[in-house]
Design a protein around this ligand. Sequence first.
Ligand code: HEC
Ligand code: HEC
Length: 383
Amino acid sequence: MRKKHIYSALAVSIAAISIALLGGKLEVLSASGPEPLAALPEVPVPKDAPLTKDRVALGKHLFFDARLSGDGSISCADCHEPKRGWGDGADLSRGYPGTVHWRNSQTIVNAAFMKAWFWTSSASTMEKQAHSAINGSLAGNLKPVLAEERMKQIPVYVKLFAKVYGKAPSYDLALSAISAYERTIIAKDSPFDKYMGGDKKALSTKQLRGKALFEGKASCIACHSGPLLSDQEHYNLGVPKNSAFEENPQRQIAMRERMRSSGFSEDVYLKLDRDPGRFRATKNKADLGKFRTPPLRYTKYTAPYMHNGVFFTFEEVVDFYNAGGRDDPFGTKTKKVKPLGLTNSEKSDLVAFLESLSGSEILVERPKSPPYGLLKFPMVNQW
Ligand code: HEC
Ligand code: HEC
């Protein structure tokens, strides 16, 4: 009887090992814990959109041009302002004029490394993300055809599109150029990156103690892992709600509009006093309240934190994790977040490590938007 047990246990483990081998490197890695922290690799660039000088220059112009919004008053850079960490500095984003947004404006710094975009990974390419940003009713609120006609009437853009693509300005090419520009907004000069690159003096002893906590007792690395300090998975941590949804009718309208346009009925969205997270995209109740693990570089400049901007400092974030997260009405809170029992000096070490993940500030002057021109009419002898 006993022998049989041993044999079957042996068979199970052999099967497990061969599945791991067959499954390839990834399976073996995940079985052995989170991906270790590392320096950033090269930024991924699609083969058909290399980061040439002209493509990036065109993308930069478009990123800062308010004519890529319906009423011509708001550009990407107004919600992703260089001097506000390339976000907008508010807990919840301002939104298109006449609306307010329902989520925190994410930074675009290092966004090029992600495999999906937005707080709930609802865009599968950077170009699709840019389309949502220009076209979405809470951001750019501009129809593609109007975007195209505007760009075609700006002589500098006509020249640049011809130079880069050999074509007239088009909406899709604009998305590609904007994405190319975003792929150049990269932060990889932090003390942490220098340390990971071999400069063992780049982190102070306090920061090194913080790093050990991050990878050990505080187990931040369970989710903030690998070179991005993000596993790009989704979790409900029990982030407290932002009372804006109860106090501001415009915020309620924004959330309800988003839910309705995703096909939800009133009996679902009228009950919501907070963002239901990835549930909106997947319609799977197990995803209620889940958000993507954000990468942590450059966060010194990107407060307030979380999808709803409820925390303003690293100290508040660390206190939140030390308490094991907070309320969760959805019943989907992750078991990976639990009270940590960190002492005050450990908390301060962890904060010092978080600070080491940011290097110099990336500041860019807003380029002057080139003017419209009048197009000449061709001679028409007969209509
Ligand atoms: C009205 C404010 C607003 C405008 C205008 C705006 N954004 Fe955003 N952006 C946001 C908000 C808010 C989010 C997060 C929304 C969400 O997760 O649902 C976001 C998210 C993003 C992200 C995702 C980052 C990540 O890590 O996944 C990128 C990239 C981005 N915006 C680029 C752009 C570009 C490019 C434009 C211009 C074409 C633009 N945004 C215009 C507010 C804005
Ligand atoms: C279970 C996975 C998980 C663990 C463990 C975890 N985090 Fe997070 N972290 C997340 C997710 C998910 C978010 C975004 C949550 C949201 O917006 O609702 C986040 C957000 C953050 C942010 C805000 C970043 C931003 O751009 O707004 C910081 C800072 C942070 N975590 C640091 C830490 C630290 C420090 C630890 C360890 C004490 C830790 N995290 C442990 C998943 C995790």
